[in-house]
Design a binder for this molecule. Structure first.
Ligand code: NAG
Ligand code: NAG
Length: 182
């Protein structure tokens, strides 16, 4: 009995990849993934606004915002650090200062992308540190990014001046049931 079970289990493990290979013939090298970096540019009172002022902790500076601050943004994403380089996406969302030290905020965002022959959006949620690289889990996507998993790393590049720039590194993975139509 046990050996019969083993036989069927083995058969399943042999058959499933065969079936999957037939249907997703162009992805037979394993899980589909995409890794790239873009640059987010945020201009105070133009692409990002303080909507609610915080209640405690350090004042607004280049790196801090008072606890409870609500900030809303819709920032362009470009291929290179210079904001005049090619526009390939938008990051829209909100961040709420959730660290009493004024350095950390809870960020909820939707990133619309048209990059590397992939069009759609990913949704992210996580805590952003204003002075250190921060990882944000990807919680889902739309369009060619439907069901996508992974994380994005946001790192400050330039925090001086009216327009601040962050480098956003994308590490995206498609589960086997979610390969986009090609
Ligand atoms: C943005 O607008 C607010 C409200 O009008 C103003 O108080 C603030 O100084 C402006 N900030 C910058 C950096 O221009
Ligand atoms: C960005 O590109 C523009 C146009 O090519 C150039 O004038 C400007 O100096 C660049 N800025 C930076 C910060 O490199």
């Amino acid at each position: 009995m046990a050996s019969l079970m083993h036989f069927f289990t083995t058969l399943l493990f042999v058959l499933i990849p065969l079936v999957a290979t037939t249907h997703h013939h162009h992805h037979h090298h394993g899980l589909k993934s995409l890794h790239f970096a873009l640059y987010q540019h945020e201009t105070i009172n133009k692409t990002g606004y303080f909507v609610v002022h915080g209640v405690a902790g350090p004042p607004v500076s280049q790196t801090t915002t008072p606890f409870g601050t609500l900030f809303v943004f819709q920032d362009p994403l470009t291929l290179k650090p210079n904001y005049t380089s090619k526009l390939v996406g938008t990051a829209e969302g909100t961040s709420i200062t959730s660290g009493l030290d004024g350095l950390q905020s809870l960020t909820i965002g939707k990133v619309s992308l048209n990059v590397k022959k992939h069009k759609g959006s990913i949704s992210i949620v996580g805590v952003t540190n204003n002075i250190k690289p921060s990882n944000h889990p990807v919680v889902g996507g739309t369009g060619d990014f439907l069901f996508v998993q992974g994380y994005v790393t946001s790192s400050p590049v330039n925090l001086v001046g009216l327009t601040v720039t962050y480098k956003i590194e994308f590490h995206l993975y498609w589960p086997p049931y979610a390969y986009p139509k090609q």
